[in-house]
Write a protein that binds this ligand. Structure first.
Ligand code: AP5
Length: 256
């Protein structure tokens, strides 16, 4: 059974936080278009140079470019058993492309996380990420006294300790621009999904742990099974093996 999950919602709703954990616990890759683009900017690649200014203004990068990146990523072997898409689709053209890309892959479950705008601005302005590898000081563990131990993804993080910084598009002005674009271009696209039997909405104002529970419940219900049955199926598929954490941006993904 493939687990094809699309996380929908505005900036700061918790898509990345939940996608990260769901992917890790279910043995499927998290595919975050924002992470892929940020890696490209970080590495200074041609792609990174092309998208840096657009991202810093809070605007969307071009559909053709982003669709190409996702198409290539979902074709890789590790996505055959499913994926968690975070940050894609965001426009009607991307949603249409995703339907085409996934047409032979079983049902695609779409979960929208809803959070009021003012809470989104508060969260995004408070977010800190590792300057070296982009890992989020995530909401499941966010306590100042443990932050230094949270990111161990690169040699620099392990040896010197992570340097927590604000994302370059997380200033209040840019966040408000991102929200404007979300309500103009992305929220109408979500209507495209809302009539489907595999569409679910969850309340993102709950604690991260409660949102996680709600997400697992939503996915199970979209698949027509109780959450316990989904857990059993995943445990059988993973064979009791722990899966590699997908928490940090994967170096190399950016070279897409
Ligand atoms: P992207 O990286 O996708 O940003 P986004 O969609 O704006 O989402 P965020 O990462 O800001 O928020 P999130 O919902 O993931 O929340 P998170 O879990 O981090 O895109 C960045 C840019 O790339 C775009 O602006 C665009 O330029 C470009 N781009 C990307 N994809 C594109 C596409 N498909 N097409 C065109 N352009 C594209 O949580 C946020 C904070 O809240 C964290 O600090 C977290 O710890 C905290 N938090 C999480 N859950 C909770 C909770 N339940 N309670 C309290 N705090 C919480």
């Amino acid at each position: 059974m493939a687990l094809n999950l699309v996380m929908l919602g505005p900036p700061g709703a918790g898509k990345g936080t939940q996608a990260e954990r769901f992917a890790r616990e279910h043995g499927i890759p998290k595919v975050s278009t924002g992470d892929i683009l940020r890696d490209a900017v970080h590495s200074g690649s041609e792609l990174g140079q092309a998208v840096k200014a657009v991202m810093e203004r809070g605007e969307l990068v071009g559909d053709d470019l982003i669709i190409g990146i996702v198409r290539e990523r979902l074709l890789r072997a590790d996505a055959a058993a499913g994926f968690v898409l975070d940050g894609f689709p965001r426009t009607a053209a991307q949603a249409t492309a995703l339907d085409e890309i996934t047409s032979a892959r079983g049902p695609v479950i779409c979960v929208e996380i809803q959070v009021p705008d003012e809470e989104l601005v508060r969260r995004v302005r408070g977010r800190r990420v590792c300057d070296d590898c982009g890992a989020n000081a995530d909401a499941f563990e966010q306590k100042a006294d443990v932050l230094s131990g949270l990111c161990q993804n690169t040699e620099r993080c392990r040896d010197i300790g992570p340097k927590w910084v604000a994302r370059s598009d997380d200033s209040e002005t840019v966040v408000r621009e991102r929200l404007k674009i979300y309500w103009r271009d992305t929220r109408p696209m979500i209507e495209y999904y809302s009539a489907r039997p595999t569409f679910r909405v969850i309340d993102g104002l709950q604690s991260p742990e409660q949102v996680r529970e709600a997400l697992v419940g939503a996915v199970a219900s979209a698949l027509g099974m109780p959450a316990a049955e989904l857990r059993t199926l995943v445990a059988q598929r993973l064979g009791g093996d722990d899966v590699a954490p997908s928490r940090a941006r994967q170096k190399g993904e950016a070279q897409a």
